[in-house]
Design a binder for this molecule. Structure first.
Ligand code: E4P
Length: 219
């Protein structure tokens, strides 16, 4: 399972990259706006921090023509960029064309199995299914993950199901149980994946015992 961080903040990408297990970064127009820097400079800095990772950067056009123009431009910035395109009829048509040109697409704002099916048929590299926003309105976001994983497997689509809009570690656990290919999460949730109080207590006890006994590794 690939783990991505969902952020426009370069310092968060830098910290997560230090762990050595970060496979990619997803951004969206809101995250870029919150980070308070220019779009291209932010995306390029993220690409340089994670040169072998997958970096998703989103178009803001809504017509086929605009999505194609912006998608080609964004993809030209770096080979590790995946262009994020919204799940609309125009987005689907543009995705078909961009993928024909060899540009990888992350189809975003997917909330239903039918939308996931269309994204897979259009050749999207990633299908970003949002779970938290569905949970927020008292429905089960993970149901669509289950369906999307199954339909991709049933027909052997090349697309990977990317679990987006993650709010807490159990979303990551559930995504892994369902066989989702990728989970993208806020930096804070990524940090939470490490945490367990028994690890902290256990480590403290080991070190206290070792130090009390006056032991050393290097003599
Ligand atoms: C996906 O790539 C989106 O950027 C993101 O996961 C949206 O999450 P949110 O619902 O917390 O805004």
């Amino acid at each position: 399972m690939k783990l991505f961080v969902d952020t426009g903040r370069v310092e968060e990408v830098r910290k997560a990259a230090e762990w050595g297990i970060l496979d990619g970064v997803t951004t969206n127009p809101s995250l870029i706006a919150q980070a308070g820097r220019g779009f291209k400079e932010t995306v390029l800095e993220i690409c340089s921090i994670l040169p072998h990772g997958s970096i998703s950067a989103e178009v803001v056009g809504t017509t086929v023509e605009d999505i194609l123009r912006e998608g080609r431009e964004i993809a030209s910035w770096s080979p590790n960029i995946v262009v994020k395109v919204p799940m609309t009829p125009a987005g689907i048509a543009a995705t078909r064309q961009l993928t024909r040109e060899g540009i990888r697409v992350n189809m975003t704002l997917v909330f239903s199995p039918t939308q996931a099916l269309l994204a897979a048929k259009a050749g999207a590299t990633y299908i970003s299914v949002f779970v938290g926003r569905v949970d927020d309105v008292s429905s089960e976001g993970m149901r669509t993950i289950e369906d999307a994983v199954q339909l991709v497997a049933n027909y052997g689509f090349d697309s990977e199901v990317l679990v987006a809009s993650i709010r807490h570690p159990m979303h990551v656990v559930e995504a892994a149980r369902l066989g989702a290919h990728i989970a993208t999460m806020p930096f804070k949730v990524f940090e939470q994946l490490f945490q367990h109080p028994l690890t902290d207590i256990g480590l403290k006890r080991f070190l206290d015992d070792w130090n009390k006994a006056g032991l050393r590794i290097f003599e």
